[in-house]
Design a binder for this molecule. Structure first.
Ligand code: GLU
Ligand code: ZN
Length: 282
């Protein structure tokens, strides 16, 4: 068994991160497996080396260890661009130059019963989607690349399914038509990034040989997109374990800006790793 923790170095780790990391570490350890760390720093406008250093420090303090060096997404750009080339050559992605405002305006009069919000926010109305064959011209540098979901579904002839051992303990299967209407054409490469969360996470989990993905319930809906990408790129589908989110006393999930619940703050107040485990219910 190989599990992982994949934080972004864009702020302090808080109790919610500690819960996720400890759960993944414990699961691997209890099964004689390996726990891996991955630094998700594709958003170079927000990633900071000092946050990365703090992540290493906090995780070691919690008692976690992992084989070094940890994978860093900013080292993986060639792998992301190779996957995009493959999808481009198969006519599965296309450039989109819509601004957020354009997308908003295009769906401002939604049809009744048609969902407008998916796992990535507004469901793309398809303005830039090429009607027939895929675009032959190279994408403009200011374009994002979107997955042509309808074509992707046609290209896949394996079942869309994964096993979930966390909150919704089950074997999850999903229908192709639902994916087209409820998710739509996801962005696989963002401007100035050369990739997206979805593409990177799928390629990296496969490259690290992750067998069991432990992560927050907030990412549950994105798993559908990840399974589709695994099918398109010929990658295995790991098992998923989506866990509860740690909330504050008002029931709100913790965010990066919740410095009040940063691990470093509890440490400064004299808490130890076992206190943190107790606080998150482990
Ligand atoms: N990097 C993501 C985050 O910080 C987690 C990715 C994942 O677990 O799939 O929320
Ligand atoms: Zn567009």
């Amino acid at each position: 068994m190989i599990t992982r923790f994949a934080p972004s170095p864009t702020g302090p780790l808080h109790l919610g991160h500690a819960y996720s990391a400890l759960l993944a570490f414990d699961m691997a350890t209890q099964n004689n497996g390996t726990f891996l760390l991955r630094i998700e720093d594709i958003d170079q406008s927000r990633a900071r080396p000092e946050w990365e250093a703090q992540i290493f420090y906090d995780l070691h303090w919690l008692g976690l260890h992992w084989p070094t060096p940890a994978m860093r997404q900013s080292d993986r750009l060639p792998a992301y661009s190779a996957a995009l080339d493959h999808l481009w050559q198969h006519g599965l992605i296309y450039p989109c130059t819509c601004a957020r405002r354009d997308i908003h305006d295009a769906i401002s009069a939604p049809q009744e019963g048609v969902p407008t919000i998916g796992p990535d926010g507004l469901i793309y109305p398809g303005t830039c989607r090429p009607p027939h064959q895929h675009a032959t011209h190279a994408p403009r540098p200011d374009a994002v690349l979107r997955l042509n979901m309808a074509r992707a579904i046609q290209a896949i002839d394996a079942p869309l399914e994964f096993s979930e051992t966390g909150l919704h303990c089950d074997h999850i299967t999903f229908a192709a038509n639902d994916v087209i209407t409820k998710i739509g054409d996801s962005v696989l490469a963002r401007r100035a990034m050369g990739t997206s969360y979805h593409l990177s996470v799928v390629l990296d989990d496969a490259a690290q040989g992750i067998t069991h993905i432990v992560r927050g319930q907030d990412l549950y809906e994105t798993t559908t997109i990840h399974v589709i990408l695994q099918r398109l790129l010929g990658l295995p589908t790991p098992s998923y374990h989506h866990h509860k989110l740690i909330r504050d006393e008002n029931g709100r999930r913790l965010a990066k800006r919740d410095d009040a619940r940063a691990l470093s703050k509890y440490r400064a107040e004299g808490a130890g790793p076992n206190d943190i485990r107790r606080m998150v219910g482990l």
